[in-house]
Design a protein around this ligand. Structure first.
Ligand SMILES: Nc1ncnc2c1ncn2[C@@H]1O[C@H](COP(=O)(O)OP(=O)(O)O)[C@@H](O)[C@H]1O
Ligand SMILES: [Mg+2]
Length: 229
């Protein structure tokens, strides 16, 4: 009889846990639908015609799907790390991962709430590099370097990302390209607002230089553990 009671209790606990998981899944799905809709709205505004919309929208949904893939394999204590994110995004570009030089520590853990937006920003940088920059031109070079640092003001952990393209033949200044500036807007305006990030974006004489500094996860700092080990 005691055995039966234990089993009933275990069963009830299991059912409660399932309810929590289902509620969480519904919450995430609703959020994701919101993200998908907002990407559609923004892409419509940025597109020249339907064919242009189709390719931009597909690319962005693919980027979103990739980041969902990273997020979904995690349990609640895990975190997506920056090196995983940049590698995933560049690997999705034609020749991106072989052409780019990546230089930074692995294991910098991102806050879950920031992963999606950062992934979309990296996606904009990478597609721009393919369309106009270092990943689309034979002489072009891309170096992405990053570092972990604690703020001297409040000791909070920050990630500093440096995206530097060089050897790129830039469009003649003053001549407007067909571009809409949506990628640039995401980095210069959305990141500071959504991620509390500090960003710079410069079209230099031989390539884009972009920096992103953003707060990262306070928990379980692999990097510091490794450094002090
Ligand atoms: N990596 C790059 N190399 C050279 N020029 C770039 C690069 N990224 C962006 N640009 C220039 O900045 C413009 C704005 O880019 P963006 O905001 O992403 O809009 P879009 O991709 O729709 O053109 C582009 O049209 C291009 O002229
Ligand atoms: Mg773009």
């Amino acid at each position: 009889m005691i055995g039966a009671m234990v089993e009933t209790t275990q069963r009830r606990e299991w059912e409660e846990r399932q309810q929590v998981l289902i509620a969480e899944l519904q919450h995430r799905t609703r959020n994701l639908m919101g993200v998908v809709r907002s990407i559609a709205d923004k892409t419509v505004r940025a597109s020249a015609d339907l064919a242009d919309f189709r390719s931009r929208y597909r690319d962005r949904l693919d980027a979103l799907a990739r980041v969902q893939g990273l997020l979904s394999r995690l349990n609640e204590h895990d975190r997506v790390t920056f090196d995983e994110l940049i590698q995933t995004e560049l690997a999705a570009m034609d020749g991106g991962i072989s052409r780019a030089t990546l230089d930074g520590p692995s294991g910098i853990r991102l806050r879950s709430s920031t992963v999606q937006t950062l992934a979309m920003a990296l996606h904009e940088l990478a597609t721009n590099a393919v369309k106009y920059g270092a990943l689309g031109q034979p002489q072009g070079q891309l170096v992405v370097s990053w570092a972990f640092e604690r703020s001297s003001v409040d000791n909070k952990p920050w990630l500093h990302i440096d995206w530097r393209e060089s050897g790129v033949k830039m469009p003649t200044p003053g001549v407007r390209t067909a571009g809409t500036g949506q990628g640039r807007e995401l980095i210069e305006r959305a990141l500071p607002y959504q991620l509390n990030a500090k960003t710079t974006y410069t079209l230099g004489p031989d390539g884009v230089h972009c920096t992103i500094a953003m707060p990262v996860s306070e928990t379980a700092m692999e990097v510091e553990e490794n450094a002090s080990a």
